[in-house]
Design a protein around this ligand. Structure first.
Ligand code: TXE
Length: 486
């Protein structure tokens, strides 16, 4: 049983009132850690610590801070397996995924921003009689609030640019996946990052998360999580004129055009649908197929889904582990029942009662991947974010109909298009109301590109210059050229 503490001002300490929460391994249902149930008083301590470190950290050069990011990457890389094992235990995701995605990308986030930061040149604007340059300074102390699906991956995606640009950090990971944020704190402490630059306060969203939103000393909020929580974040932080970045939910379409390479499209659609048990905001949870190939695609797709090796996340050949919690499993099952009520046909999977599957050892939040056909694209199952191992199949007769169906969503985060005609792919991509479109691939990421969505998928973008812009304030300095006659 791990006894996790907050990390404030370079010290590991309990919450001010000593309250704690339990953290569970969703695959075994075992309690694996106690964490602080922090409140506003803990946030106040973290803000004081951050403010005391701000001036010195912000005064360092970008190159010096980039050097720190490289040190952090090296130190995390040395803990790659420990990070992967811990993340798998905390989330129920397969160890293979935790190694390949979560641990590797957490290291890469720091390495990328160190290199990218160094490459940036000054922004200048020449006039006939003057020159302008943009001076960047830190925002100050920023609040980073992150979700449970990719805990360290998404936290480091924010911490790296925040530190690079000279900010100090108050981080709040999800209360149900706190462990790898603690590994980050331990690592930063071990390599001697100045006290107060990075702080972690654990606890419940409506308590310590809300306190971060309300803290006057926190000048910017970078949030990744559900759309409903995103509304609360915006409502609280916007009137305080805090800088705000919101990466929210998604209900992404995978569009299979009739000229698609069917084998690639099937494999891509399965990967997009069920990676991380469908618990990635970028997952392709609606699959739109040209009617002329729907029968063949559906047979191949269902057969591939049924080959997914679901089981013990600790086994190297497991492809799908548990979902994040019993509560989330119930939520996904409620959508399976709703889909049946809405007239859908379960092509594979179903509730635990329907499949008789309760996990490799009969415990834990395991659910077989479920595929529905026969549901209208306007049905609740096809429009609401389920965020679990359940997808719906729909057919279209032409491109316009496919695009209309794909855009029929309150979300607008991502989508993928499968076609052998790349010009056609570009045309369809241009009409997608999303922030990200992949053509003949999925989750293929260049970290320099803008990441984020529109509509209820959020506001703002992360990645490359977009992260650097968010985590800095710009001052334009205009210098008049000396008068030529003087
Ligand atoms: O989100 P929640 P979850 C989305 C994904 C899904 C959700 C799942 O689509 O909807 O995240 O993650 C804290 N004040 N994305 O369930 O509940 C909470 O403690 C302040 C999109 O964790 O919104 C947690 O730390 N904080 C994303 C964090 O908010 C509060 C990629 C998120 O919790 C709070 C990944 C409050 N009142 C997941 N209430 C993308 N678009 O990139 C909760 N929290």
């Amino acid at each position: 049983m791990l006894d996790i503490k907050n990390y404030i001002g370079g010290e590991f300490r309990p919450s001010t009132d000593g309250a704690t929460l339990e953290d569970f391994n969703p695959a075994t249902a075992e309690c694996i850690a106690n964490i602080p149930r922090s409140k506003a008083s803990d946030v106040d301590l973290a803000v004081v610590a951050a403010h005391s470190a701000q001036a010195e950290w912000g005064a360092r050069t970008l190159a010096e801070r980039a050097d720190w990011l490289v040190r952090i990457a090296d130190a995390l890389e040395a803990k790659h397996e420990h990070i992967a094992q811990t993340e798998s235990m905390d989330t129920g995701k397969p160890i293979s995924l935790a190694r390949r995605v979560d641990a590797s990308r957490s290291v890469r986030n720091f390495r990328f921003f160190a290199e990218f930061g160094r490459e940036q040149s000054d922004v200048t604007f020449e006039m006939d009689d003057a020159m302008n340059y943009v001076h960047r300074s830190p925002v100050g102390t920023v609040g980073l609030i992150t979700p449970w699906n990719l805990p360290l991956y998404l936290l480091t995606w924010k911490v790296a640019p925040a530190l690079l640009m000279g900010n100090t950090v108050v981080a709040k990971p999800s209360e149900i996946t706190p462990l790898t944020a603690n590994i980050l704190a331990e690592t930063l402490d071990e390599i001697g990052l100045p006290a107060g630059v990075f702080n972690v306060v654990h606890g419940l969203g409506p308590e310590v998360g809300q306190a971060i939103l309300e803290a006057p000393g926190i000048k910017g909020i970078s949030f990744t999580g559900g759309t409903s929580t995103g509304r609360i974040v915006a409502k609280t932080a916007a009137p305080m004129f805090k800088k705000l970045s919101l990466e929210l939910g998604g209900k992404n379409a995978t569009i299979i055009l009739k000229d698609a390479d069917l084998e690639a499209a099937v494999n891509g659609a399965v990967r997009a649908a069920f990676t991380n048990s469908g618990q990635v905001c970028l997952c392709g949870s609606r699959i739109l197929v040209d009617a002329s190939i729907a029968e063949e695609f559906t047979q191949l797709f269902v057969a591939e889904v049924e080959r997914i090796n679901i089981g013990n996340p600790a086994d190297a050949d497991t492809v799908m582990g548990s979902v994040i919690s019993p509560e989330h499993l119930e939520k996904v099952e409620s959508y399976i029942k709703l889909g049946i009520d809405e007239g859908g046909i379960v092509l594979t999977g179903g509730t635990r009662e329907m499949t008789g599957y309760h996990g490799p050892d009969g415990v834990g939040a395991f659910l077989r991947p479920t595929v529905f056909s026969g549901l209208d694209y306007t049905s609740r199952c096809a429009t609401e974010e389920i965020f679990g191992p359940m997808v719906t199949l729909h057919t279209f007769d032409n491109e316009d109909e496919a695009i209309h169906m794909a855009n029929h969503s309150e979300y607008g985060l991502a989508g993928s298009i499968w076609t052998t005609d790349l010009e056609r792919g570009r045309k369809v991509a241009a009409r997608m109301e999303t922030g990200i479109v992949w053509v003949n691939t999925w989750l293929h990421r260049d970290l320099r590109t803008p990441f984020g969505g529109v509509k209820n998928s959020g506001v703002g973008r992360e990645g490359g210059t977009w992260s650097m812009e968010f985590f800095s304030e710009m001052t334009n300095v205009c210098i008049k050229h000396p008068n030529p006659t003087s």
